[in-house]
Design a protein around this ligand. Structure first.
Ligand SMILES: NC(=O)c1ccc[n+]([C@@H]2O[C@H](COP(=O)([O-])OP(=O)(O)OC[C@H]3O[C@@H](n4cnc5c(N)ncnc54)[C@H](O)[C@@H]3O)[C@@H](O)[C@H]2O)c1
Ligand SMILES: [Zn+2]
Length: 358
């Protein structure tokens, strides 16, 4: 097992990464000290892993909320359900919320923990690759609104992230590939060496080689922990993690939530953002081709022509990254270094949108 740390002064916390952490249970029991524990999961993940989590926490006062599966259920109504259960069970400020699942469950459970009695402890037990490399670390919690993704939320850091890499054994291939899009993101924005490692090991990752997966998860968590440690509230560098997301959210929302997985949309969005970086004179055509090849080898869908360019632009305008009426874009200065740009040429954006969207 590996232990990393997110350094945020008194709110620092460990990330434990290892195989069979749920089945063995001691680490979980040691890291979650509360007597009153609310487990939040969904119907799919609970069927697979709730029994192991319950066994690890045997002897505590355990209550569960099992939500319906899917991004469409990442709503304020479901957070209200979690809060109702905390109230009904008279849980106090010393209770702990444990999120067992992917990013959807983690974002909602974390938001409920942030709101209940102005903030109680919560622990992430991420079970998708995307959650293990991204959403479980860093304390962004929240839900979607009809007008846009993640529009309602709060910063609330977990007390621990417990990543059992064995849970990936049951993850569908499509979800694995979507998670790999976010893994590739780290290489592109801040670690060119890691991108090279990914190019050499994408076959092993797709074949679920445990050592390759553990290495990728560890490296992504290290990189995210460093970024969050330096810029917890996204005043600067943390925005780099949104690389591919402005275009990706446009793909996701213009196609109606559910047809593209989040990670898939981010993969397509990264290619568009790379092409925009080229249009702004920062990447070469060969760099963009290199990125396209890795995304293609990962098996990610890249064709967004079903979305009209004008619709994409409208949906980008609803994105949170809009400041003073201008869409700020996370682009690549070079492979391995991102930047945030507001003063790009408008015709470069129009041309890039026209080249990718329908
Ligand atoms: N908070 C953050 O910083 C942050 C960062 C990135 C993404 N996100 C959010 O994360 C969400 C996406 O997360 P996700 O990709 O994990 O989606 P998800 O939580 O919907 O999980 C994907 C699917 O896999 C299933 N699943 C989960 N674990 C499984 C397992 N071990 N075996 C089999 N099936 C399993 C789920 O039930 C679901 O059907 C989005 O809502 C996104 O906004 C948040
Ligand atoms: Zn993402």
């Amino acid at each position: 097992m590996d232990t990393l740390s997110v350094d945020l002064g008194s709110r620092s916390y460990p990330i434990l990464i290892g195989a069979q952490l749920l089945a063995r249970g001691e680490q979980l029991a040691a890291r979650i000290r509360a007597r009153d524990i609310l487990i939040v999961s969904n119907t799919v993940v609970a069927t697979l892993y709730a029994a192991a989590l319950r066994a690890a926490l045997a002897g505590r006062n355990l209550v569960e909320v099992i939500l319906p599966d899917g991004e469409a259920h990442k709503t304020l109504d479901n957070v209200a359900r979690i809060l109702d259960v905390l109230v009904t069970n008279r849980f106090g400020r010393d209770a702990c919320v444990v999120a067992l699942g992917g990013g959807v469950v983690g974002d909602m459970a974390g938001f409920a923990a942030a709101c209940y009695q102005r903030g109680i402890e919560f622990v992430q037990v991420p079970t998708t690759l995307l959650a293990q490399v991204d959403s479980a670390v860093g304390g962004k919690t929240g839900v979607n609104h009809a007008a846009g993704k993640n529009l309602i939320g709060a910063f609330h850091q977990p007390a621990a992230v417990i990543t059992d890499t064995s849970t990936l054994d049951t993850l569908p291939d499509r979800e694995l590939r979507a998670g790999l899009a976010e893994v590739i993101k780290y290489g592109l924005i801040c670690d060119a060496d890691f991108l090279g490692w990914l190019e050499g090991n994408i076959g092993a990752l797709l074949a679920r080689d445990p050592q390759a997966l553990a290495h990728a998860i560890r490296r992504c968590c290290e990189l995210k922990a460093q970024i969050v440690g330096r810029d917890e509230h996204e005043r600067g560098e943390r925005a780099w993690l949104n690389f591919g997301h402005t275009f990706g959210h446009a793909v996701e929302s213009a196609s109606g939530y559910g047809s593209w997985l989040h990670g898939e949309a981010v993969g397509a969005g990264m290619l568009i953002a790379a092409d925009m970086s080229r249009a702004c004179g920062m990447l070469s055509a060969a760099d963009v081709e290199r990125i396209r090849q890795l995304l293609t080898r990962t098996g990610l869908p890249l064709d967004v022509t079903a979305v009209r360019a004008s619709d994409a632009l409208t949906h980008m305008g609803l994105d949170k990254k809009v400041q003073a009426g201008r869409i700020r874009l996370v682009l690549l200065r070079r492979i391995g270094e991102a930047c945030v740009l507001a003063d790009y040429p408008d015709d470069a954006l129009q041309a890039t949108l026209a080249a990718h969207f329908g």
